[in-house]
Design a binder for this molecule. Structure first.
Ligand code: BTN
Length: 329
């Protein structure tokens, strides 16, 4: 059941450009004017700045900058994603908590978020540096009704969601490097880690981990990744509101996921390819110890990478790492 405070924030957020009268709030929420006033005082304690004008009403001037379960939920307009949010000030890895919750039957759409991770995990057992208050470190628990071999499509879906938020809401120019890296000007700004618990023909649950560098200055990135990593702030010169960004990602994820469940992968594939990093260029594909030269053609219906080798044959690549030739090669 949504709390009264959450409903007040949602109502004010929907009408952010105007004042909302106490009477309108009272009618909408069926509570008294004095109860509204008390809730406003509580919201101010949570970090909201709310303007109250006689004869006009209320208006949110500023939302709190600190991420918490409450600030994330207030103003979040999803139906099922993030209805249950677990927020930690600091944790080893949100993936670990998400797996534990999923095994204890956490509902589809549960979201685990931390302000800091002390042992963040990247793909291929790499470390994922997750500086305090600087980025988005979250994991989603999903229980999709699809075959396990289609799970990689969800990683690609997630990548299109992140890229679309950066493009449409932040006006940046992201690219997606297969399968899961979000790039801004040739540097990685976000990554996705998908892990699954499945039987032969049934997914028990999937945990999708999203890591995005948001308000990092150069000093906040470890020295050894500074040449290949970036943040939204480093690219745009601006600080971003992490709570609002998480809400946008969750809202867009939910609608894209519903679209995918209804209509399949073809729209996602098209969107993915429109953001595809270096499509048509020569690359090296590293698979275990073997390195092959190929041209990246696009992605297949099942989410695999399509690579054209030197003998002209087009093959699918399901896992591995790709490296590009330098532009002069
Ligand atoms: C990658 O590009 O290698 C994937 C990075 C995924 C990082 C996120 S941060 C939230 C979640 N918790 C983790 O420990 N990892 C993922």
């Amino acid at each position: 059941m949504e709390s009264t405070r959450s409903r007040i924030i949602n109502f004010l957020s929907e009408n952010q450009d105007t004042y909302v009268s106490g009477q309108d709030i009272s009618n909408e929420l069926e509570i008294s004017r004095s109860a509204i006033w008390k809730h406003m005082k509580e919201l101010e304690k949570d970090g909201y700045v709310i303007e109250a004008r006689p004869n006009k009403g209320y208006r949110i001037i500023e939302s709190p900058s600190k991420v918490s379960e409450n600030t994330l939920q207030w103003g979040l307009s999803t139906e099922w994603l993030g209805k249950s949010i677990i927020h930690k000030e600091s944790t080893s890895s949100t993936q670990i908590i998400a797996h534990k919750l999923a095994m204890e039957n956490a509902e589809h759409g549960t979201v685990v978020i931390a302000n800091e991770q002390t042992a963040g995990k990247g793909r291929l057992n790499r470390e994922w540096h997750s500086a305090k208050y600087k980025g988005i470190w979250l994991s989603l628990v999903l229980r999709p009704n699809i075959l396990p071999n289609l799970a990689p499509q969800l990683t690609l879906l997630c990548a299109t969601v992140l890229a679309t938020v950066l493009k449409e809401e932040l006006n940046l120019d992201p690219k997606i490097k297969w399968p899961n890296d979000i790039m801004l000007e040739d540097k990685k700004v976000a990554g996705i880690l998908t892990e699954m618990q499945a039987e032969q023909d049934k997914i028990n649950y999937i945990v999708i981990g999203i890591g995005m560098n948001v308000n990092h200055d150069m000093k906040d990135l470890p020295n050894d990744i500074q040449y290949r990593a970036t943040s939204l702030k480093l690219q745009s010169g601006k600080e971003w509101d992490i709570t609002k960004l998480i809400q946008s990602i969750l809202e867009r994820f939910e609608s894209t996921y519903m679209e995918y469940m209804q209509n399949g992968f073809s729209t996602i594939k098209e969107i993915w390819e429109s953001y595809g990093y270096r499509i048509g260029e020569k690359m090296h594909i590293k698979m275990f110890k073997e390195v092959k030269k190929a041209i990246l053609v696009g992605i297949a219906e099942d989410g695999a990478l399509l690579a054209q080798y030197e003998d002209g044959l087009v093959n699918k690549v399901f896992s591995g790492e790709i490296e590009w030739f330098s532009k002069t090669e």
